[in-house]
Design a protein around this ligand. Sequence first.
Ligand code: ZN
Length: 342
Amino acid sequence: MQAIVKAQRAPGLTVSTVPKPVAGPGEVLIRVRHAGVCGTDLHIADWDAWAQGRIKPPLVVGHEFAGEVAALGPGVTEFQVGQLVTAEGHIICGHCQACRTGNGHICKNTRIIGVDRDGAFAEFIAMPATNVMTLDGIPTEIGAIMDPMGNAFHTVLTADIPGSAVFIVGCGPIGCFAVGIARAAGAAKVIASDVNPNRLALAKKMGAHVVINAAKDDVVRTVLAETGGEGVDVVCEMSGVPAALHQAFATIRMGGRVHLLGLPKGEVSVDFASEIIFKGITLYGVIGRKMYETWHQMRRFLSSGLLDPRPVITHRFPLAKIDDALAAIRSGDAGKVILEIA
Ligand code: ZN
């Protein structure tokens, strides 16, 4: 089968012919129709310090996908060939303390498809049946982005949203999903910031009441003015930019919640006393998607039409054009970039 492979310990990705996987015991073989391209794939392509420490080539890359059940391994009875499905790409151990207390998203033994084992930029992928989710009428193009959208669902819905003022910091694809989710969940006011006008336009399309260009406008003053001087109830920090983290602490109301998804490149200095403790706020670190609470919530928002994420998908490429897909992400102007595989 055709696949995109990290072939060697050097920059670049190659389109190769590799053996088609088989569904082992407890596994489902899925014919991939659509796959999402992510910043992680860019790190692997560029062979940066993180990739050098984590990736063991040769490896089929890609971790966001949806497709059709092609075959069932021994012991799998809950799916049927032909069903449209997506899958959680974090494969967890099932026996650590986190797993056994319903917190599989923070399993310390997590292995990720397209990172620690073969991934989804391929015509077929074999997945543990425990990780597979039926799409229930959701098109595979949307199913393919339920992994990053799930990060946004996890970030937003872990806070109390109905009637709240929510500030989404950073309007990359996950930030734009978060805007739409906050609106769909009943936020009274959604404010979004970024430094890129194209991304702000996308946030507006997804339902942001107020957008702030952080390169030009005074972010803190604008958010406080929009909330009667009180600050917002919830901040979702999706950028990881140090200046934006300080804006998150300056705009959260006393006792509010700051949910952190964006990854800073290095250490960030924080004034714990004034930015966190004396404001009585709660910080929540977001990793992955809750298994499988986030997936069930997300599937209902999507299949009922409460949320339409399609405006965020801005680029589509065939599998062989992975370099063009990566270039679109590098430009900083793209929303979600997807591969059309079958
Ligand atoms: Zn575990």
